[in-house]
Design a protein around this ligand. Sequence first.
Ligand SMILES: O=CN(O)C[C@@H](CC1CCCC1)C(=O)N1NCCC[C@H]1C(=O)Nc1ccccn1
Ligand code: NI
Length: 183
Amino acid sequence: MILMKDIIREGHPTLRERAKDVELPLSAEDKKLAEDLMEYVVNSQNEEMIEKYDLRPGVGIAAPQINVAKRIFAIHFDEDSGEDLSIIAINPKIVSHSVEKAYLASGEGCLSVDRSIPGYVPRYARITVKAFDLEGKEFKLRLKGLPAIAFQHELDHLNGVMFFDHINPDNPFAEIENATPIS
Ligand SMILES: O=CN(O)C[C@@H](CC1CCCC1)C(=O)N1NCCC[C@H]1C(=O)Nc1ccccn1
Ligand code: NI
């Protein structure tokens, strides 16, 4: 299972690389990697597992965060979170997006960033995405709200982008044009 010691931190070069497309059909190794990523996210939302293994909670994690530069990530929202998304995304793409933007009112954090970086992170409010699942089947989704924010945060990791790259350096809390806050 993935533990905090396996998660690379800010400054590690892999976080700034462009991750490589994954060959389909998935090799057994890549299938295990994808499942391990999902397992981490689910474990990190379970009180006993957090206590037992000292996990930092996450709603998503991308392969580059465990030093594997492959285009795979997992996102999982617990059913009682009020959000409806639990996916393993392989070779994910945003195929279209709204003009409108959105941002988390509380700003963003990252399992690979051991410090708090305040500021609004502008993202697309609504996105149409496509990716392949564990069986190599292509799926398409329309996302908005926190699921859309999470998908963009994880996709950024596959492109060597960190959330704070999007924060306005002059005024981190400057009003973002045509954007709505998500609390
Ligand atoms: O690449 C993946 N990561 O770095 C894990 C991140 C991914 C999220 C950051 C913003 C959107 C996706 C993550 O989940 N976190 N970041 C660090 C600590 C807390 C946790 C978090 O934001 N949790 C959360 C947020 C809103 C509602 C409920 N829970
Ligand atoms: Ni992150």
